[in-house]
Write a protein that binds this ligand. Sequence first.
Ligand SMILES: [Fe+2]
Length: 197
Amino acid sequence: MKNYGEIKNLPFKELNGISQKTIDIHWGKLYQGYVKKWQEIQEKLENIDLSSANATFSEVRELKVEQTFAANAVLLHEAYFDILGGEGKESGKVIEAIAKDYNSFENWLAHFKALGLTARGWVVLAYDFNDGKLRNYIADAHNLYGIWGAAPIVVLDVYEHAYFIDFGSDRKSYIEAYFKNLNWEAIDKKYNKIARS
Ligand SMILES: [Fe+2]
């Protein structure tokens, strides 16, 4: 099990259509920056003066809010990078499970891609432990609109830093490139581990 404060290595050397420059900035600077900030917040919380606790403003309140921002940034970026480096070939039980919960795989794909154009941060296909279903969610920031008890399976970063260098404002082409780089074996492995737990 990995700690939030540890940097997780990339599972690939390069991607098709998504440049090394984008990866260097995205994984090398931004993701690692979130890991460091999580550590910083954790250290501050360990030495916090609790006597100033207040719901309008207090250091402890601010740290607890930003802890969710940093933690979700770490989790979502790791989930995003973990499933890249493949050739986009759909395989595994996860495909059947998606098709079951969305009537067809194609229907899920249409929903997921459309959500990629609506979200301001993330699109997440999650396994929802609350009812055992796979469901797409969006997030406009790392810590907005997540459901407690839902585990990310397929994660798409649609922040501009993920694609602007390579695609400009053409987010649609970035989403197509993302699907061409998906590692469905890794996704299936993750799905089976989560759904069986
Ligand atoms: Fe990102």
